[in-house]
Structures are given as C-alpha cells and as structure tokens.
Design a protein around this ligand. Structure first.
Ligand SMILES: O=C(O)c1ccccc1N[C@@H]1O[C@H](COP(=O)(O)O)[C@@H](O)[C@H]1O
Length: 219
C-alpha cells in the first residue's frame, strides 16, 4: 500500500496549494488557540473549500468540547478528526457517534510503556498516530519538532493503520518509514521556516523525500 503523506498546520492558501499540488494525501488544520498554527473558523472555511476533493481534510483538536467540534464540522467539513489531547476511549466513541467521522488518535510516545493504552484506542479509532511525547512544561502536546525513538514501535502488533510524526523532515523521513513500517507520515515543524510559518519548497522537498522512501520500501 502506498505511503500517506500528511502536511499539518497549514494556514495560508499558498502553502496549502503547495501541499495539494505536490500530492499530499492529507492536509491538517490546527484548532488549538495556543498553537502558532491555529486557524480561525473563517480561514478554515476558505482553506477547506480549496482542499475539497483534492486531499483529506484533517481537523486537529486538543481536548475540544462539543461546541468547538460543531463549529469545525460546519466550517471545515473535515474528513478525519485528529485528537491530540487526553481524549478517553469513551469520549472518542461519543464523538464518532455524534459526528459520524473517522478518528485518528495521537498517542504520545517516549518509551514502550506508552503503548499500553493502545489496545483500547485501537478498538474505537480508525487510525493511530504515534507522535513524540511533549515535555511536561510544553505549551502544546505536539508540533514541537521533536522526534522519538522509532524503535519503540519495533514489536508493535496493531490491526489499525498507523502514521508517525514528531520531528520529521525531508532528511529523516525515509529512516522513520524504514524503522517503523508506518503507512503514513505527518509533518509540521519540519516544513517551516519558523514556528507556524510554512515554506512551500520545504513542503515539496518533504513530499519528494517521502515518495522516495516509499519506493525504497517496496523494493
Ligand atoms: O502543530 C501544532 O501546533 C500542534 C498543536 C497541538 C497538538 C499537535 C500539534 N501538531 C502536531 O504534532 C505532530 C508533530 O509535529 P512536528 O512535525 O513535530 O512539528 C503533527 O501531527 C502535528 O500536526
């Protein structure tokens, strides 16, 4: 199966256009006010219209309430909800029932102990995202450009599609795919000039590097 590439934290028509033109399968929009990539609802509506039918639109939230989800669903019309907080299995079940959308749960990883809750989440989620665990004093649980030890996933047995993220860039994406055997990769900081400032060339380079990794892995 081909590798899915997700470019996350897009905030402008130009950078979204670069991701779409370069063939990203998923484009992510961050709805988390403390993030430098946070998008308001008006921008989300416009970016959503631009991406419609060209890539899956992913709404990233962190422990959001129902009213926030209602606004996001109404404006962005997401194809996938990425839950990047401490959402419980019960909360995810409720969200899936309420909005009828597939869910990708982010699991914060530093050691193999972080994989313990996975079984419960795998039961209810459509996809899992393994991301680097943020430091305790971080202002956000992701989007920090930090990697984790990909070998933590060595013994992974998961009956759900999964992606990896955390500090990926054009320079390390091939190695991340080789070690984790992930079906998808997700990047934000690694295609930015400064936090929240995406760079079109870096987006294109990342997607090119991910495609090269894909070719190596099928040989
Ligand atoms: O991007 C953010 O600001 C963000 C905020 C809150 C939760 C997650 C966030 N980003 C996601 O984190 C991973 C890894 O990002 P990076 O490539 O290391 O910068 C990715 O899924 C981002 O979309």
């Amino acid at each position: 199966m081909s590798l899915l590439v997700k470019i996350c934290g897009l905030t402008t028509p130009e950078t979204l256009g670069a991701a779409l033109d370069a063939g990203a399968e998923m484009v992510g929009f961050v709805f988390f006010p403390p993030s430098p990539r946070h998008v308001g609802l008006t921008a989300a509506r416009e970016l959503g219209q631009q991406a419609k039918g060209r890539a899956l639109k992913v709404a990233l939230t962190v422990d959001a309430d129902d009213a926030t989800f209602e606004n996001i669903v109404e404006t962005l019309r997401p194809d996938l909800l990425q839950l990047h907080g401490r959402e419980s299995v019960a909360r995810i079940r409720d969200l899936k029932q309420r909005f009828g959308l597939p869910v990708m749960k982010a699991i914060a990883v530093a050691t193999t102990a972080d994989l313990v809750p996975l079984a419960g989440y795998a039961d209810v989620c459509d996809r899992i995202l393994f991301d680097a665990r943020a430091p305790k004093d971080a202002t956000r649980p992701g989007g920090l450009g930090a990697t984790f030890d990909w070998h933590v996933l060595d013994a992974l047995a998961l009956d759900r599609p999964f992606m990896v993220s955390g500090g990926l860039s054009a320079d390390n994406v091939a190695e991340a795919v080789r070690i984790t055997r992930a079906g998808g990769v997700d990047v934000s900081s690694g295609v930015e000039r400064a936090p929240g400032v995406k760079d079109c060339d870096m987006i294109r380079n990342f997607i090119r590097a991910a495609r090269a990794a894909e070719e190596l892995s099928v040989q």
